[in-house]
Design a protein around this ligand. Structure first.
Ligand SMILES: CC(=O)SCCNC(=O)CCNC(=O)[C@H](O)C(C)(C)COP(=O)(O)OP(=O)(O)OC[C@H]1O[C@@H](n2cnc3c(N)ncnc32)[C@H](O)[C@@H]1OP(=O)(O)O
Ligand SMILES: CC(C)C(=O)C(=O)O
Ligand SMILES: [Mg+2]
Length: 515
């Protein structure tokens, strides 16, 4: 038996069929390109008979992709199989994947077919598919809840009919690692003709076991795993491609298996899928989540700085994650703070480190994350929100309930080098107009990610504290401003960010000659 596991990606079929994950043909093409770049072995591009759009999507992928097998799913009926055969025609390597349910529940209540009828349909489906391609996969839907002797019978019949891959889906995510390992051991040893086909696992995550079950199936003899990026798929999803692949790579000592996957592309492909479908990857998601290689606790950071392997079992660069990602926050210690300060170009004496650390903890208590720009401000002995080099000379805003009058902000800023500049912005919201005027004067385009204003004291002269989080081309910054006037507090928060950016640019010399 080979020690190579084929990766059959079903992001564009099982993944796409889940609510909230549908993709246009163009988006599917972009994903298929990314999957080819990952070097998956098979792309299940859709279900050709489902709709003309699905058919065209599969065809377009079959035309574009060169090095990967392109597959279409089909029920065991003539129409589905013919549609799949036509859709994969342009592919250099095309596969038809035909399926029918075999479990008692599905036979009785869904298909209303007896055992013999299902075998007859399965065989006819495989034989028809073989007229289009030599590469035919057959799946016993709900295999896990099917009687073993009947499953053996179905498998032997479809192998004789010409199926080259036999897939055992855990359609409802019901199995356990021990059970599925045993099932594959049974099938690969007891089914006549088992040696001539590839055995495949298709696990769903209803009990959170899809990856564990897929790995167990491999131990039992499966040599193809069906999976999807970010684990998307029906209900709780499919086995996550990035997880099963990295488990095989990281624990090669245990599984002894190889895949073809270029793992360095995993993070990018996952991000692309999240962007295309609008479903963000949870922070704590294995392999590709924002926290997967991030360490905030002081003890962990201390260990990672000494040797990353103390708290990391994979190298972030092996999955395409950049390595500078110790998140500084209220649980961080001096070692991480000193390290980050050094990366930003500051060498701190022990005394300096001690005093910066005190202010750092105060700031970290008030914020979720402390950004590089905050560290810079602390090291330079500046309070967050302190003015300079720009300060507000005057600010006037007009806004109101009259729909015909667009809110207008007139802002005048003074730079410490003596310049004074004014700009008038008209925008749909008054704060938009203020932020835009400040950005225009300072020539600093920024995208607002988060904006909040809170009252930090009581009474008529309550202080308002405004916080903005903005994205520039390179980094996220957080700015704060406080005033009894909420508009002014917000403008100061925006300007706080701009001042930090300019101070950093001056220090690194990148705008030395600008003015
Ligand atoms: C576990 C899985 O992921 S299976 C794949 C799920 N994916 C999809 O369903 C893709 C999207 N589906 C669709 O667009 C539609 O369901 C279509 C176009 C495929 C079929 O639509 P319709 O013809 O209206 O049928 P409908 O969806 O209502 O019912 C499914 C029919 O297929 C039959 N069927 C289900 N599975 C199979 C099978 N593997 N082989 C043969 N017939 C099957 C059902 O018994 C039912 O038959 P009936 O209409 O005679 O009662
Ligand atoms: C069509 C089959 C392979 C499937 O997706 C399942 O049973 O979960
Ligand atoms: Mg499925």
């Amino acid at each position: 038996m080979t020690n190579f596991v084929k990766i059959f990606d079903t992001t564009l079929r099982d993944g796409e069929q889940a609510p909230g994950f549908s993709m246009s043909s163009g988006q599917k093409l972009a994903m298929a390109e990314a999957l080819e770049g990952l070097r998956v072995d098979v792309i299940e591009a859709g279900f050709a008979a489902a709709s003309p759009g699905d058919f065209e999507g599969i065809r377009a992928i079959a035309e574009m992709v060169k090095d990967v097998t392109v597959c279409s799913l089909a029920r065991c009926n003539d129409g589905d199989i013919r549609a799949s055969g036509e859709a994969i025609k342009p592919a250099k390597h095309g596969r038809i994947h035909t399926f029918i349910a075999t479990s008692p529940l599905h036979r009785e209540f869904k298909l209303k077919m007896d055992k013999d009828e299902i075998v007859r349909r399965a065989v006819a489906g495989v034989e028809l598919a073989r007229q289009y391609t030599d590469d035919v996969e057959f799946s016993c839907e709900d295999a896990i809840r099917t009687e073993r002797d009947y499953m053996k019978r179905v498998c032997e019949a479809v192998i004789r009919a010409g199926a080259t891959t036999i897939n055992m889906p855990d359609t409802v995510g019901y199995t356990t690692p021990e059970e599925i390992e045993d099932l594959f051991r049974f099938l690969t040893t007891e089914v006549d003709g088992a040696d001539g086909v590839t055995w495949s696992a298709h696990c769903h995550d209803d009990l959170g076991l899809a990856v564990a079950n897929s790995l167990a199936a491999i131990r039992g003899g499966a040599r193809q795993v069906e999976c999807a990026l970010n684990g998307i798929g029906e209900r709780a999803g499919n086995c996550a491609l990035e997880e099963v692949v990295m488990a095989l790579r990281t624990r090669k000592d245990f599984f002894g298996m190889d895949t073809n996957i270029r793992t360095e592309g995993l993070y990018g492909a996952s991000k692309l899928l999240a962007a295309i479908t609008g479903n963000a990857v949870p922070r704590n998601k294995a392999i590709v989540g924002k926290n997967a290689f991030a360490h905030e606790s002081g003890i962990h950071q201390h260990g990672v700085l000494a040797n990353r392997e103390t708290y990391e079992i994979m190298k972030p660069e092996h999955v395409g994650v950049s390595t500078d990602n110790l998140v500084l926050g209220k649980h961080s210690g001096r070692a991480a703070l000193r390290n980050r300060a050094e990366k930003l170009g500051f060498t701190l004496s022990d005394n300096q480190l001690q005093s910066v650390f005190v202010s750092f903890k105060e700031l970290a208590d008030a914020k979720k994350e402390v950004f590089d720009s905050d560290i810079e401000a602390l090291v330079l002995g500046e309070a967050v929100g302190q003015a300079g080099p720009w300060e507000i000379e005057s600010l006037y805003v007009s806004a109101g309930s009259d729909e015909n009058r667009i809110p207008k902000a007139t802002v005048s800023l003074r730079h410490e080098d003596g310049r004074t500049q004014q700009h008038v912005s008209e925008m749909l919201g008054p704060m938009n107009a203020v932020f835009d005027a400040i950005s225009q004067i300072t020539d600093t385009p920024m995208e607002l990610e988060h904006y909040s204003v809170n009252s930090v004291s009581g009474g008529e002269d309550a202080m308002a504290e405004a916080t903005v989080r903005v994205a520039t081309e390179f980094e996220s910054y957080q700015g704060r401003g406080a005033s009894t006037d909420t508009v002014l507090a917000s403008a100061l928060a925006w300007l706080d960010v701009i001042n930090r950016i300019e101070r950093r640019a001056v220090r690194t010399g990148s705008i030395a000659a600008q003015h």
